[in-house]
Design a protein around this ligand. Sequence first.
Ligand code: 8YV
Length: 310
Amino acid sequence: MNATSVLQVGPLMPALETQLNDEFAARVVTPGAPIEGAEEIRIAVTSGRNGVKAELLEQLPNLELVANFGVGYDGNDTAALKARGVALTNTPDVLNACVADTALGLLLNAFRRFPDSERFTRAGEWAAGANYPLTRRFSGSTIGILGMGRIGADVAQRVEAFGCKVLYHNRREVPGTTAEYVGSLEELARRSDALVITVVGGPSTKHLVDAGVLAALGPDGILVNVARGTVVDEAALIAALQDGTVGGAGLDVFEEEPQVPAELLNLPNVVALPHVGSGTVETRNDMKNLVLENVRAQLAGEPLVTPVEL
Ligand code: 8YV
């Protein structure tokens, strides 16, 4: 096999794997196995599922770039990359619309309990004479956004079309948004009918949404998470949903993916998606192309297209 400077870390979108192989004869790393010719590797391509951790980094003395498929790069050891001077790229912006669409779907489904009412129809309960219980109105509600970044702004724009009032909490106030800034997360939860999480993952936001925030959200409150499972204390969420401290949840992400606790799956007021926020043909294709553009730029000695500031 020819020497190659590109390494595929873990399974990736099949079309990306094919292109990495065809264009760069990329090597594929098998977890735990030694990497042959590791000193030739200049670029590692990975996704949120695996990432480049310190242990792998140690085996790659000449690594220059980690190209991450996905906007969230918390699967990588960023401190180790920074210490070694390895660059990182992600795939921002191209997925904003689809992730915001997913948040909207989760909001509507959690407020109106469409998945459970659909199950009710299929189970023949309506035909047998029962009526599905009344749910809560989404239009005109107050939506709190945790993390007013690019995806948060797209969620705000969408819910405003439903006549919703938008509040947000962020590390700092964002200029130029029509949404109202709320300085404390608990106050945001208290004032919101639903709290939508669009903040980055990683240690800085771990368990930011805890039992106190859930209690503030309240018995009619809905939690929607399209960011990272780590932002929510999942055990506290399960307890809050079970005892009615919080009204319902629409979740695309979980703490131990792909495992979803049975307690969540057993609740009719939970909508659980298998991390499909960016999962459309169009968006995944755009993400793939952005990864490849970054790899090509690095190999050509040109500026990276979407570098992450470490
Ligand atoms: C995943 C995502 O990365 O972009 C992100 O941060 O969570 C998703 O788009 C994608 O599923 C690949 O792991």
